[in-house]
Design a binder for this molecule. Sequence first.
Ligand code: ZN
Length: 134
Amino acid sequence: MRGNRSIDTRPEVALRSQLHRSGLRFRKDYLLRTADRRARVDVAFPRLKLAVFVDGCFWHACPQHGRQPRSNESYWARKLQRNVERDRQVDVALERAGWRVLRLWEHVPAEEAARVVLQTVARDYALLSAVTAG
Ligand SMILES: [Zn+2]
């Protein structure tokens, strides 16, 4: 494991293929620039301004599986803490830019993750068409 995140990690791929099978159109690894941040969104719905991230349990310190390595404890504690803080900063920056952020842990089964995304997208489309109609 080298970078903080790798493109096309398995849980992301599984989620995308589920979403694709459901007929959803989305952008993957979507580079989003806000006034103060750049973020690469795992699954993005630009029209809805919905950003979905699949967060790795280790790198994003999942409360269930995010274990800190035994060696170099303070290094890892700081590093993982920084990751978590950066996630929050990204959330705030995206929300400030009018996006909504949906974060799913990689341990969530793809079907379940896809269901959450589908529900959110369905609700957003309903809101969007209500706004457009009004
Ligand atoms: Zn986890």
